[in-house]
Write a protein that binds this ligand. Structure first.
Ligand code: ADP
Ligand code: K
Ligand code: MG
Length: 485
């Protein structure tokens, strides 16, 4: 396998050199933005030296602290806004070029997949477009640039689904699966995606005067409020999916706020709560003959009232009282805020505890799919569908690989679920994409936090979401964290 990859690489180097010789650059930086015709940009060129050149340039990493201190009062400082625009126009082409190189290094059979090709082409078009934008010097330039930026953000919104669908299809192909370091590839692609969207959105909002906000960062995000929002949304989806939902009991610090991007926290809470609620409902609503069903002795008798199942669906299933999900907010001493989400949903079997962090790994099989199929009707689960011990006991299919990717599942705002932001109830899904855990951990780590699981198989799971608590220092600076290109 290794020699096959090496051979294909050296072949690529030769082709790259050939194409480099043919390649002509069409960069016209002296032309005003309004006169440039971006519609003619095509994305056919592979391995071109321009991509390599940009990819090899250093990226300028910005911490949340720097974003906050730079963005303060920017709405009142046109110079700052222009500086921000120039930062964006310098950074995005470099970061896009790096991802183009990553895509180029995929095996040919993957690159040739129509979904992956679509992603490559979109990245290349954005790269070519943004690198050609003349330096933003005036607020008129910035207006045009911002419009272009918004347009590209929108065009990239469905790329996550394309990437996931494409790689899921390719995973079935002989030779491809073992060659691909799938999780590392996704980590890098998605971290970069979060980064680019944060950079772009921050610029697009930096000129807005909004109380409590610097750009898209809420300076005092009320954690309890975010939890309430996520609980309400998840319960709604859970009800739509299963006809019942466990209650959620929140305890701990009631008045904690952190500077954070609300959509990021919303996403993580939503994904963790969906996992918890799904586990609770599925482990309690199995037919009585099921050996993995929890006996009532494992369920606490202190459970608060459970949202009742619909009477029609309860006829053939056993519906005991659902044990509530507990959320505890701990404002730790070590500059970290931890949100612990505990469920009694049966836990994660030992042999799956590492696999659950893989992109696309899900135990939601077609047979047990409760969610509405994605629009367009292609609710294929693909991904091999190899079964594993514990889940197989439950009549479920353990789907390895990229699971089912609903087109409406992850859309805008840095890869956030469209439904969460726009309230498209019927398109929600409780699970099945297999991205919830790894992507939430990526979001948490993005600003220096983390996500960990502690599971007691047969009983339940605790998820620990840790967020760096950024305190304002005397000099007005903020305690660190990270941006990863
Ligand atoms: P998805 O929810 O789409 O399946 P995730 O990445 O969110 O993808 O989770 C992957 C798998 O991890 C789930 O399918 C489930 O089997 C397992 N899992 C996650 N959280 C829990 C939990 N709280 N209890 C039991 N199993 C869980
Ligand atoms: K997963
Ligand atoms: Mg999930």
């Amino acid at each position: 396998m290794g020699s096959l990859a090496a051979a294909s690489l050296s072949w690529r180097v030769q082709v790259a050199a050939l194409i480099r010789g043919l390649h002509t650059t069409a960069f016209a930086s002296s032309q005003p933005l309004s006169e440039l015709n971006f519609s003619t940009i095509r994305a056919e060129s592979f391995y071109d030296s321009t991509v390599e050149k940009y990819a090899s340039q250093d990226v300028e990493v910005l911490s949340l602290r720097q974003m906050l201190s730079f963005g303060r009062n920017a709405w009142d400082d046109p110079g700052k806004i222009l500086k921000s625009a120039r930062y964006v126009q310098r950074e995005l082409p470099r970061r896009l070029a790096r991802r183009l190189m990553d895509l180029q290094l995929l095996p040919y059979i993957v690159v040739a997949n129509p979904h992956i090709k679509k992603v490559y082409n979109q990245y290349h078009v954005s790269f070519e477009t943004l690198r050609r934008v003349p330096m933003v010097r005036t607020s008129e330039d910035n207006q045009e640039f911002s419009q272009l930026l918004r347009q590209h953000l929108d065009q990239h919104a469905p790329m996550l689904d394309s990437l996931a669908t494409g790689l899921r299809e390719c995973k079935d192909k002989v030779l491809v699966g073992p060659c691909l370091q799938m999780d590392a590839f996704f980590d890098s692609m998605l971290r970069s995606r979060i980064s680019r969207r944060v950079i772009a959105e921050q610029h697009l909002h930096i000129g807005n005067k909004r109380p409590g906000y610097i750009g898209v960062i809420c300076t005092d995000l009320d954690v309890q409020e975010s939890i309430s929002f996520a609980v309400q949304k998840t319960k709604q989806v859970c009800m739509e999916t299963y006809g019942m939902a466990p209650d959620v009991v929140v305890s701990g610090e009631s008045k904690v706020s952190i500077p954070y991007i609300p959509a990021h926290l919303d996403y993580m809470l939503y994904e963790l709560l969906k996992n918890a609620m799904r586990a609770v409902v599925e482990s309690r609503s199995s037919p009585p003959h099921n050996p993995r069903r929890h006996s009532s002795s494992t369920a606490p008798t202190t459970a608060t009232a459970t949202t009742a199942p619909s009477s029609s669906s309860s006829s053939s299933y056993w519906f005991p009282r659902l044990p509530p999900v507990h959320i505890r907010v701990c404002d730790g001493a070590a500059g970290a805020l931890t949100i612990k989400i505990s469920d009694q949903g049966g836990g994660i079997p030992d042999d799956l505890i590492d696999k659950v962090w893989s992109y696309g790994f899900t135990t939601l099989g077609r047979k047990r799919r409760h969610a509405a199929p994605p629009s367009g009707g292609s609710s294929s689960n693909g991904g091999g569908g190899s079964s594993s011990s514990a889940a197989a006991d439950d009549g479920e299919h353990v789907v390895e690989g990229l699971g089912s990717v609903g087109p409406a599942r992850i859309v805008s705002g840095g890869g956030l679920p469209a439904g969460l932001m726009s309230g498209q109830g019927s398109r929600y899904q409780m699970a099945g994409l297999g991205f919830g855990l790894p992507l939430s951990r990526l979001y948490a780590r993005y600003f220096g936090g983390d996500l960990k699981l502690q599971s007691i198989p047969g009983y339940g799971t605790d998820a620990y979401l840790t967020l760096k608590h950024l305190q304002e220092l005397d000099d007005g600076e903020w305690v660190e964290k990270v941006d990863d290109p």
